[in-house]
Design a protein around this ligand. Structure first.
Ligand code: DON
Length: 557
């Protein structure tokens, strides 16, 4: 390099980049939960990468700048569409139960559920899938190298970034659990306390882990130095991971769920996520109702009744399709939906207890991220990634910067016992060695004759109902700005109530829904963090929107 002057060095470098990667070909829209992650995606496009390279960069960047939501210690689902091949697939990078996991591992000798153990600490963690998924996504679909795509994330981890109010709020929510893990506390807290907004979070150990992944691919995470540190920390923390678990972890390409609603083609997450099935079943139930002609109360009532029934089926039947024979074709069949629709009355809510047998007894009894990318050829990615609760298990493996997930809480610890999101279920979602826990993550594509939409959101059990409400808004002709703004309500069968976000229902709607027999529960906050993009097939125009409830960035370039 010393033969070149500084300026000619840059000219040569630019030429090399242009020759190697080609010029920027497409216009692209990206919406993600953090401005630095959106920026990381555009960096790849500027270097000649495609939407899949951008997705690798955004996923890795989110693992650094939004550690509450997702990370190398977690997993997720990437819904991909290759426009040239006209092919959509779901990349399943969901965590798996360790091989030493047992159905009753979160129950004490009396059979009582210990909800702490499935949410905090090493035992709560499934075998992570994010690192394997990034390698797969990059090798199979990308144009740039994995090393290039991980650069922005490595930079953010090493140079640090300023934390925002949302990060701070979620730290406060998980403070007690984080304080119990000295490694997580050392990295994420400021001398044991919540750092101020604007505090620069440096994660040098995470930078090193990402570098090893960039250099060695899968082996950089699931073998060698990082794997040894993960296993040692998990063991010290009372967890049950082994090297065999890490060796056996595989991502899976699955056929997405396909459905149709009033001429809109739905493409969404397949098992082990319940998202696409519950979304499609809800839409099938709703398809016979003239929603646009209903007054607001009747409309909300009918949508909640559809949610109640689809979530009931989720609880009854759904689990990892590699382990259980879920009746997916039946649940997606329009005739089945017609049967489910029959006992919906316009003048009365049906208590959840009156739905057919439950198969389990119910007893009384948050964080993730989504990004959406599309280019002006129709290539697209909808990805919902998670460590489950904010900051996962609040347990960081020493020397790796990796926060472990607490996704084991998405299993059914005991039939009828509610998990962290109040969800219940039965044998289909019981814990078993090597099984994937049932998810609600719903990365989704919608397409009608003039528009393609890419959307999704975090929000635990409420993810599916949020995507449903956005889909109905798409069907009503609105665009991304409107979908991310829709006031949110939710019914998940048990608890038998319509939950709604702060201010999500008007006074008149509250009175009207109560009169129909609904129990209502207002949440003290507005929920969700939807990221959505749209491609207008007629005008070629790209648009993007980021949920006003979050701190994300949506841009078209
Ligand atoms: O996979 C699931 O359904 C959950 N682990 C998602 C958790 C989540 O969205 C938390 N966000 N607030």
């Amino acid at each position: 390099m010393r033969f070149y002057s500084v300026s000619s060095y840059w000219v040569v470098l630019l030429l090399v980049l242009v020759v190697k990667a080609g010029p920027i070909e497409a216009r692209v829209a990206i919406a993600s939960a953090h401005p630095l992650a959106t920026q990381a995606g555009f960096e790849m496009i500027e270097q000649g990468g495609n939407v899949f390279d951008a997705a690798v960069a955004v996923s890795a960047a989110l693992a650094v700048v939004e550690p509450a939501g997702s990370g190398l210690g977690g997993g997720g689902f990437w819904l991909l569409h290759d426009a040239e091949k006209n092919n959509s697939i779901m990349l399943d990078g969901r965590e798996k139960a360790p091989l030493a996991a047992r159905t009753d591992m979160f129950l004490d000798e009396q059979g009582n559920f210990n909800p702490q153990a499935s949410k905090n600490g090493a035992l709560a963690a499934g075998i992570p899938g994010l690192a394997a998924a990034l390698v797969h996504l990059s090798e199979r679909y990308g144009r740039l190298s994995l090393e290039v795509c991980l650069q922005p994330a490595i930079r953010y981890a090493r140079q640090g970034f300023e934390i925002g109010p949302r990060h701070q709020k979620l730290l406060r929510f998980r403070l007690r659990a984080l304080q119990k893990n000295p490694t997580a506390a050392r990295v994420l807290l400021d001398h044991g306390k919540i750092p101020a907004v604007g505090y620069v979070l440096h994660q040098p150990e995470l930078a090193r882990t990402l570098e090893l992944l960039a250099q060695k691919g899968r082996a950089g995470f699931y073998q060698g130095e990082v794997a040894a540190k993960l296993l040692a920390s998990v063991k010290r923390g009372g967890g049950i991971w082994t090297q065999q678990d890490l060796d056996q972890y595989q991502v899976v390409e699955r056929a997405p769920i396909q459905g149709e609603y009033r001429g809109i083609k739905i493409t969404s997450a397949a098992l082990p996520s319940s998202g696409g099935i519950v979304l499609t079943e809800s839409l099938n139930i709703l398809s016979a109702f003239p929603l646009a002609q209903f007054d607001a109360v009747t409309r909300i009532h009918v949508v909640a009744e559809a949610m109640r029934r689809a979530y009931h089926d989720r609880a009854l039947y759904l689990g990892d399709s590699d382990f259980v024979d879920a009746p997916v074709a039946r649940l997606l069949n329009p005739d089945y939906a017609a049967g489910r629709r029959q006992n919906i009355r316009l003048d009365r809510a049906l208590p959840s207890a009156y739905l057919s047998e439950t198969g389990f007894e119910a007893d009384a009894g948050k964080h993730t991220t989504h990004f959406s990318i599309i280019d002006d050829k129709g290539n697209r990615v909808a990805a919902t990634l998670s460590v489950n609760f904010p900051f996962g298990a609040a347990f960081m493996a020493e020397g790796t910067g990796v926060l472990l997930n607490d996704e084991m809480d998405d299993f059914v610890a005991r039939p009828g016992t509610q998990n962290g999101y109040g969800l219940i279920g039965g044998a289909a979602n019981a814990i078993a060695p090597g099984k994937r826990m049932l998810s609600s993550m719903t990365p989704t594509f919608l397409q009608d004759e003039s528009r393609v939409a890419v959307l999704g959101t975090p929000g635990g059990s409420r993810i599916i109902s949020m995507v449903l409400l956005a889909t109905l808004d798409f069907a009503a002709g609105y665009g991304p700005d409107s979908w991310v703004n829709v006031p949110r309500f939710h019914h998940q069968y048990i608890p038998d109530q319509i939950q709604y976000e702060k201010g999500g229902l008007t006074d008149d709607e509250i009175v009207g829904l109560k009169a129909l027999g609904h129990r209502l529960k207002e949440k003290g906050y507005r929920y969700g963090n939807m990221q959505a993009v749209q491609w207008n097939l007629k005008t070629g125009r790209l648009t993007a929107a980021s949920d006003p409830r979050g701190e994300g960035l949506a841009r078209v370039r």
